[in-house]
Ligand binder design. Sequence first.
Ligand code: UDP
Length: 360
Amino acid sequence: MRVLTVIGNRPQFVKAAAVSFRLREVADEVLVHTGQHYDDDLSAVFFDELELPRPEHRLELGGGSNTEQTGRMLAALDPLLAAEAPDAVLVYGDTNSTLAGALAAAQARVPVAHVEAGMRSFDRSMPEELNRVLADHAADLLLCSSEGPAQRLRDEAVQGEVVVVGDVMVDVAQLLAPRARERTAVLEACAVEPGAFLLATAHRAGNVDDPARLERLAALLTGLPDPVVLPLHPRTRARLDAAGLLGELEADLGVRLVPPLGYLDFTALLLHARAVLTDSGGVQKEAYLAGVPCLTLRDRTEWTETVDAGWNVLVDLDAAAAAAALARERPASRPPLYGDGRAGARVVQALLALRERVPA
Ligand code: UDP
């Protein structure tokens, strides 16, 4: 079987790391990197640390509006699909690369498998939400992290087959947590003590592209009671700089601004943080897996189970809500919401079964 995998940004490198090496044991994988994330901080370091295979095709399609970028990807993937003639296309998550891979394959009549299918924030102003919904409805195989999204997809009457495989990020977290936990040098470099600092990330368009919200974000981060480590996404850095807010954050003694970190250093900080503040999807889930309380800097989330379990609070950019959430006791229990760390193997099994169902 020949599977063409389309990835393009940081969270997709993490997710693919749970699947690629297993897939290559039983099938031919052609890895396409769209170049959606091209900085070394957001790309190369992940290939090295997660031992991802080098992409067979590296496209340079980053930048531009979402529509422009998706359009460029579609145009580039069309001839590539014709040349590689895969039996299936595998996409992950909710980015422009996900949608472009799914749509180009569906148009070329190549079966599409979507990992992390069925997630919904029900906020159509998020570009990620459009990408998720459209990729799911183009897919032949919908691979879900848990039963909730699987039921949602059945309710939406998707055409493809729905399979609960568990969450591939659990595989990676379980595999690398022991190594990450030992990496305390990054805590020393940031001058923070285990259990006595907050880790923050923010890069969603809804938070950083609107100057008024960006200002509220900066105020929230500078008003927190503990030291904050803030690995700054290039998009956020650029917006802060343009709004004249970067100097204020740099000057704040409580905030440690650092460049975007590799997976191991970031996970080391996550595992030792008192709590995490984030607008990232993946980081909300990783905080839950690590047993670290999460404050989500959004008013909605697709990872609703973590909120229901009491480990994640949607504070949006409300500083008072953040202070209240930080003062809460940790919940007594943390059920295994996202599977057992063997999702990668189930993704591969489901792909092989797809090949049997949809012969070439
Ligand atoms: N991450 C990282 N370094 C950082 C920030 C995040 O390695 O400085 C990892 C994090 O552990 C998670 C992934 O990047 O696995 C999440 O990516 P991101 O927040 O960009 O995307 P989202 O999950 O919101 O789509």
